[in-house]
Design a binder for this molecule. Structure first.
Ligand code: GLA
Length: 680
C-alpha cells in the first residue's frame, strides 16, 4: 500500500503539478472509459486472431494490453527482431477501432538473454541464483539487463511511433522482483552513501552497535542476505526503499526513450498491491502519466467488495484525485485460498463499477482469452475456454454495451471529507520480525478503518504522512508505527488549525530508521494526544478485553497515563483505554487497543459527527455502496447493491444512466444490481 507522496498532497507541498491535472492532455489518446484486457495473440494461430477481433467488437472492447511477455517472440536472438506478427496484430486492432496499450516486454527476458547474461539473473537472500523458465526473472540493477530493457523499448517505440492503434505505453509488468546479487549490492551501497552521507551516519541510523554490526568499510555492507538469526531492521527497511527506487529508476529509463520517440503517448506501468512488493507506489505515482493498478481481491463474500473499494480509493489517492485506470482484474473468478471461485452473476459488473465510481477511467481485465497452456492456463478471462456461448462472456458483452452510457461522468471528481493517513514504509516496518506482537497487522488496521468508514457511508481518501490535510474534516491514523518528525509535526498543525484525528494503537512509535522514540509512547504523538504510554501490553492469543462501555478490544492493550487528555473509555482495571484531547481548534483521539469493527465504528461515528464529516447519504442500508461524483455543473451517484436482496435507498432524485429510468426520491435496487444516477 499506500498514499501519494510525490503525488497530490506532497506535490502540492512541493509546488509540483498534481498528477491528475498535469497529465490531462497526454491522456487524450485514451478511450473515455477503457474496456478490454491483456491480449496475447502470440499464443494463438492467426485464424484465432480474426475471431478475437469479431468478439472484441461484440464486447465493446476498445483497449487491449499487447506484448506484455513477448520479448522472446519479438527478439528471438540478440539484436534480431521479429516485428511482423506484432505489425499484423496492431494493424488488425486499428482496423477494428481497438487501441493498444503496448507493453515493453521487459518483465520476462528470453532464455537466450539469461544464458548470455547469467549475472542479470536474480539471486535470493540465501545466495540461490534463479534461472529462466518462469517470468519476472531479472536483476533490476544488472547493467546488461538495464541496457537491454532500454534497447528493446527503443526498438518498439521506433517501430510503432505514429501507429494508429498505439494509445498507451505499458512499461514492464508489476515491478517487484527482489535480488541480492553483487550488482544489487554495489547499487545499494551507492544509494546508502547518498542517503546517509557516510558510514558513521549509517552506523548510527542502523543502530549497528546492537549485536556488534558496526561497519568500518563500505564493502562490508551487503544487500541483506540470509542471516543466522534476526536481521537488522533498519537495513531491511532501507533495502526495501532502495529496491523501490532502483526499479523506479529503471522505469524512468524506459519512459524517457518512449517519451522521446512518442511524445504524445502516455506511459504507465501496472502497480501490483501486496505487502510482498518492494515498491512504494505512492512515491512512484508522479512518474507515471496515469496510475494503473491490478486488483485481485483475495477475500470471498463482502470482503472482496471492500477490498475492491479500498484499492480503488488508494489508486485515486495516488493519482491526486485525477484519472487512474484499473488495468487488470479477473473477469469471472475470485481466487481465494487456492480455489478459483466463480463470480456470481453481476459481480464482475459491480466490481468494475466500484472502480469506475472511484475514478477509474475504465475497467480492464487479465486477460482477454483464456490460454490453452502455460502457468496461468486456469486464470480467469473475458473469453473463457468454453468460448463466447457462456454466461461469463455474455456478461462481458452486456457490460461493454452499458459503459458508453457512463461517458458523461468523465472528468468528474470524487470528494472525500475523511482521509486515512497511510504509508507503505510504516507497513514494511511494522511487519518486521521481533515486534511485541506478530498479530498486529498494518494492512488489517488500514483495511478496518476503510471498511468501517465505508459501511458508515463515507468516501475515503488516502493521504501520505506530510501531505496537506486541510481539505479533510477527519483523518484516521491506524497503527502508523513509523513516522518522521516532520510528518508528525504536520499532523499536529492540522489538528491545531481545526482538524480532527483518530489515532490507533502502536502509532508514532519509531522514527524513519525504525529506532524507538524513548520517553513514553506514542513518541511522535504524545503531546498531540496528551497521553504517555508507559507499557505495551499485547494480549495472549485469543484473549479479548471488554471496556467499561462494553466495547471489545482485541490483540493489544497499553498502559496509558493521561497528560492533558480525558479518558472516554476505560479498561476493566479502570485505566484509560480511549482518550480525547482538544488541541487548538481541533481534537485528537486515541485508541490504545484494537477495537473490533463494532467498537471502532462507534468511535468513528462520534469522531465523524464532532468533525462535521457527513456520509454521502444518511441512513444507507446495509451492503450498499455509494459514491458521489461531481463536476462543475453536474453530480452523479453510483449505487451498488452488494446484497442478495432488494435495497431501497432514499433521498435520490434523477435519472439512472444504466436503466434509463427516472428515480423519484427512492431508488429500489434488486439484489446485486447497480445504478448510476445523474442527480437533479
Ligand atoms: C498479475 C499479472 C498478470 C497475471 C495476473 C494473474 O496481475 O500482471 O500477468 O499474472 O496477475 O492474477
Amino acid at each position: 500500500m499506500i498514499a501519494a507522496k510525490d503525488g497530490p498532497g506532497m506535490a502540492e507541498r512541493d509546488g509540483k503539478t498534481p498528477v491528475g491535472e498535469g497529465a490531462r492532455d497526454i491522456l487524450a489518446s485514451l478511450p473515455v472509459l477503457a474496456y478490454g484486457g491483456d491480449y496475447n495473440p502470440e499464443q494463438w494461430p492467426r485464424t484465432v486472431w480474426r475471431e478475437d477481433m469479431e468478439l472484441m467488437r461484440r464486447a465493446g472492447v476498445n483497449l487491449v494490453s499487447v506484448g506484455v511477455f513477448s520479448w522472446s517472440r519479438l527478439e528471438p536472438r540478440e539484436g534480431e527482431y521479429d516485428f511482423a506478427w506484432l505489425d499484423e496484430v496492431l494493424d488488425l486492432l486499428a482496423a477494428n477501432g481497438i487501441g493498444a496499450a503496448l507493453a515493453t516486454p521487459t518483465a520476462s527476458p528470453p532464455p537466450w538473454f539469461s544464458l548470455a547474461h547469467p549475472d542479470a539473473l536474480p539471486v535470493r537472500d540465501d545466495g540461490t541464483r534463479l534461472t529462466h523458465g518462469s517470468r519476472d526473472t531479472y536483476c533490476v540493477s544488472a547493467p546488461p539487463y538495464r541496457e537491454a530493457c532500454v534497447r528493446v523499448a527503443d526498438a518498439l517505440a521506433e517501430r510503432y511511433a505514429g501507429h494508429p492503434a498505439l494509445r498507451l505505453w505499458h512499461v514492464h509488468n508489476e515491478y517487484g522482483t527482489w535480488c541480492h546479487c553483487g550488482h544489487t549490492e554495489a547499487a545499494f551501497r551507492r544509494w546508502l552513501a547518498e542517503r546517509h552521507g557516510g558510514l558513521a551516519a549509517l552506523n548510527e541510523a542502523w543502530t549497528t552497535a546492537h549485536w556488534g554490526q558496526i561497519y568500518s568499510a563500505w564493502d562490508q555492507v551487503n544487500a541483506p542476505r540470509a542471516t543466522q538469526y534476526l536481521a537488522n531492521p533498519a537495513q531491511l527497511l532501507d533495502f526495501r526503499r532502495f529496491t523501490s527506487e532502483e526499479m523506479r529508476a529503471a522505469f524512468r529509463e524506459q519512459k524517457a526513450v518512449l517519451r522521446r520517440r512518442t511524445p504524445s503517448v502516455p506511459v504507465t506501468t501496472n502497480f501490483v498491491l501486496g505487502d510482498w512488493v518492494p515498491v512504494d507506489h505512492a512515491r512512484w505515482a508522479s512518474d507515471v502519466d496515469i496510475v494503473a493498478i491490478d486488483h485481485y481481491p483475495s477475500g470471498d463474500g463482502r470482503a472482496a467488495e471492500e477490498q475492491t473499494a479500498m484499492s480503488a480509493d488508494l489508486a485515486r489517492s495516488w493519482a491526486g484525485g485525477g484519472k487512474w485506470l484499473l488495468i487488470e482484474q479477473a473477469a469471472n473468478l475470485v481466487h481465494v485460498d487456492g480455489r478459483a471461485l466463480a463470480k456470481a452473476p453481476g459481480r464482475m459488473r459491480r466490481h468494475s463499477l466500484s472502480h469506475i465510481a472511484r475514478g477509474s477511467a475504465g475497467a480492464m481485465f487479465f486477460q482477454w482469452r483464456a490460454p490453452r497452456g502455460g502457468s496461468e492456463r486456469w486464470h480467469a478471462a473475458m473469453l473463457p475456454h468454453a468460448g463466447p456461448d457462456t454466461r461469463a462472456f455474455e456478461e462481458v458483452v452486456e457490460f461493454g454495451a452499458a459503459l458508453p452510457d457512463l461517458a458523461e461522468t468523465d472528468g468528474s471528481r470524487v470528494d472525500a471529507e475523511v482521509a486515512i493517513l497511510a504509508d507503505v514504509e510504516a507497513s514494511w516496518a511494522l511487519s518486521q520480525p521481533g515486534m511485541p506482537s506478530s498479530d498486529l497487522s498494518y494492512e488489517a488496521a488500514i483495511a478496518q478503518a476503510h471498511r468501517v468508514a465505508g459501511r458508515a457511508g463515507h468516501t475515503v481518501d488516502f493521504a501520505a504522512p506530510g501531505a496537506d490535510l486541510s481539505r479533510y474534516r477527519l483523518v484516521l491514523v491506524p497503527s502508523l508505527y513509523l513516522v518522521s518528525d516532520a510528518a508528525a509535526a504536520g499532523l499536529a498543525s492540522y489538528v491545531e488549525s481545526g482538524g480532527h484525528v483518530l489515532i490507533s494503537c502502536f502509532s508514532g512509535i519509531a522514527d524513519e530508521h525504525t529506532r524507538i522514540r524513548t520517553g513514553g509512547h506514542p513518541g511522535a504523538f504524545r503531546d498531540l494526544l496528551g497521553i504517555r504510554v508507559t507499557e505495551l501490553r499485547p494480549l495472549p492469543e485469543g484473549e479479548r478485553v471488554v471496556l467499561d462501555d462494553g466495547r471489545v478490544g482485541t490483540l493489544w492493550t497499553e498502559e496509558v497515563r493521561l497528560a492533558g487528555a480525558e479518558a472516554t473509555g476505560r479498561y476493566p482495571s479502570g485505566e484509560p483505554a480511549i482518550t480525547r484531547k482538544p488541541t487548538g481548534r481541533g481534537v485528537a483521539r486515541y485508541l490504545s487497543t484494537c477495537l473490533d469493527d463494532e467498537g471502532y465504528a462507534a468511535e468513528f461515528a462520534v469522531a465523524a459527527a464532532e468533525s462535521g464529516a457527513a456520509p454521502v447519504l444518511p441512513g444507507l442500508p446495509e451492503d450498499v455502496e455509494v459514491v458521489r461524483r461531481t463536476s462543475a455543473g453536474a453530480a452523479w451517484l453510483f449505487v451498488l447493491n452488494h446484497a442478495g436482496t432488494e435495497r431501497r435507498i432514499s433521498g435520490v432524485r434523477g435519472r439512472d444512466l444504466l436503466s434509463g429510468k427516472a428515480v423519484d426520491g427512492e431508488l429500489a435496487l434488486p439484489g446485486g444490481e447497480c445504478a448510476v444516477v445523474r442527480l437533479e
